[in-house]
Design a protein around this ligand. Structure first.
Ligand SMILES: *[C@@H]1O[C@H](CO)[C@@H](O)[C@H](O)[C@H]1NC(C)=O
Length: 140
C-alpha cells in the first residue's frame, strides 16, 4: 500500500537562468489546486482504495492549514472483506519540472505494518524503460 501522511511545505527550485530560483511553493491550502488526487487501482497490488480529492477532504484524509498539508490513511472504518481496500490518498503534481531542486519538509511520516509512505518523481517520457522513476522516499 502506498499510504502517505505528509504534513509538508514543498518547495521546487527551477534552474531558470544560471542560479536556481524559487519556482513553486506548495504550502497549506494551495496544495488543493496544484495536485491531482489519483483514484486508480494500486499498481503495486496493495489493498488500498485511493479516493478523490473531494472525498479526501470530506473524510479529512487531506487537510490543509495555513502552513501545513496533511495526507493520511483512514483509521476509522472497518474494511469489508470484498472491498478494494482501506481509503488512502495518492497525489501527483499538476506541474512537471526539468532541472530542479525539491525541498520536502516532513514533520511526520507513518511507519509500521501495512504502511508504505512514498515520495517519488516520474519521467515525462513515460514508464520504464522509456523514462524512469526516482524514489526519494520508500518508507516500507
Ligand atoms: C482534520 O485534521 C486536522 C489535522 O489533523 C485536524 O486539526 C482537524 O480538526 C480535523 N478536522 C476534522 C473535521 O476532523
Amino acid at each position: 500500500m502506498r499510504a502517505l501522511l505528509f504534513p509538508f511545505p514543498f518547495l521546487v527550485y527551477a534552474n531558470t537562468a544560471r542560479a536556481y530560483c524559487l519556482k513553486d511553493n506548495y504550502v497549506g491550502s494551495t496544495f488543493f489546486d496544484k495536485w491531482r488526487w489519483e483514484t486508480l487501482d494500486d499498481p503495486t497490488h496493495g489493498r488500498v482504495n485511493y479516493i478523490d480529492k473531494w472525498s479526501a477532504q470530506a473524510g479529512n484524509l487531506s487537510y490543509a492549514s495555513s502552513n501545513k498539508f496533511i495526507m493520511r490513511v483512514d483509521a476509522n472504518q472497518i474494511v469489508a472483506p470484498g472491498a478494494r481496500g482501506r481509503d488512502s490518498v495518492r497525489i501527483i503534481s499538476n506541474t512537471a519540472y526539468g532541472d530542479s531542486v525539491t525541498v520536502l519538509d516532513l514533520t511526520h511520516m507513518p511507519v509500521g505494518c501495512a504502511t508504505w509512505p512514498a515520495f517519488w518523481t516520474l519521467s515525462q517520457a513515460g514508464p520504464w524503460p522509456k523514462g524512469g522513476e526516482i524514489d526519494v522516499i520508500e518508507g516500507k
